[in-house]
Design a protein around this ligand. Structure first.
Ligand code: SAM
Length: 242
């Protein structure tokens, strides 16, 4: 099984979804995504959530733009089932697509639904090898309307050991708090062992945010920046010029 295929396993899906709240400043990251989209001259009408998981980013966009149409794309059927469930109130406006954006032909299946005035992605593209990340950013560029935004809320490589250590400590502390709240009996050390040996860890291929922003500029995106960063997490992206 390729390392990223663990996301097709229901147990991994359930563990990620139940622990997503432990991600440092997760709500703020989504808030920044919405603020960036709010800078567009016209409201978001058509979006793509790539590697959508349970559709949390799409849900935030629909909260801000209730009449938007959207495509929720993921290669994990258990995740897509969760997305269908979470977004059932918007079913008539949404297309749920099982696709693997690691394969270059994924954009062909998007063409009937685009162009998009926002493509967003959360903690997903870092599962791709670095040689594939940049072409994905080019493919996304080709799916954007002029003036459309690509925003990546992403797990990135920290540039210091301290940032890595603080990131791990934050998550372990949060997981341990959740364990206690749920009446669990695991010690902090046991929680730390579970986190450090989690089965999806090998699927993370982290790259510095500065390199990724530079790629976006080279591809032709404008207003490229890392709009937020905490330890190993970043909100970065750019806009297709008008
Ligand atoms: C860590 S989860 C994040 C889910 C959601 N975006 C969020 O922010 O909570 C990563 C998601 O990316 C999906 N994914 C990973 N590689 C993918 C690929 N090559 N094609 C499509 N989806 C992929 C996984 O199935 C999983 O749902």
């Amino acid at each position: 099984m390729a390392t990223d295929e663990v996301w097709k396993l229901p147990a991994i899906v359930n563990r990620f979804l139940s622990s997503r709240a432990a991600i440092p400043l997760a709500q703020e990251q989504i808030g920044i995504m919405i603020s960036i989209l709010g800078s567009s001259e016209t409201p978001i009408q058509n979006f793509l959530d790539l590697g959508c998981g349970d559709g949390i980013l799409g849900a935030a966009i629909l909260g801000a733009y209730p009449s938007a149409r959207g495509v929720l794309a993921d290669f994990s059927e258990p995740m897509l089932d969760q997305a269908r469930l979470q977004l059932k109130d918007y079913a008539g406006q949404l297309v749920f697509k099982n696709l693997d954006y690691g394969e270059t032909d994924w954009i062909n299946s998007m063409k009937p639904h685009g162009l998009f005035d926002a493509v967003v992605s959360g903690y997903s593209i870092h599962h791709q090898p670095d040689v594939r990340k940049r072409p994905i950013y080019e493919e996304i560029f080709s799916l954007l309307e002029p003036g459309g935004w690509f925003i990546n809320i992403e797990h990135i490589a920290a540039e210091s050991k301290l940032a890595i250590d603080l990131f791990n400590k934050h998550i372990i502390d949060s997981w341990y708090d959740m364990e206690k709240k749920n009446g669990g009996t695991k010690t902090r050390q046991e929680v730390a062992d579970t986190f450090m040996n989690r089965p999806d860890k090998d699927s993370n291929i982290l790259l510095s945010v500065s390199i990724q922003c530079e790629w976006l500029r080279e591809i032709g995106y404008e207003e490229v920046d890392c709009y937020f960063r905490v330890y190993e997490l970043a909100v970065f992206g750019g806009r297709r010029p008008n």
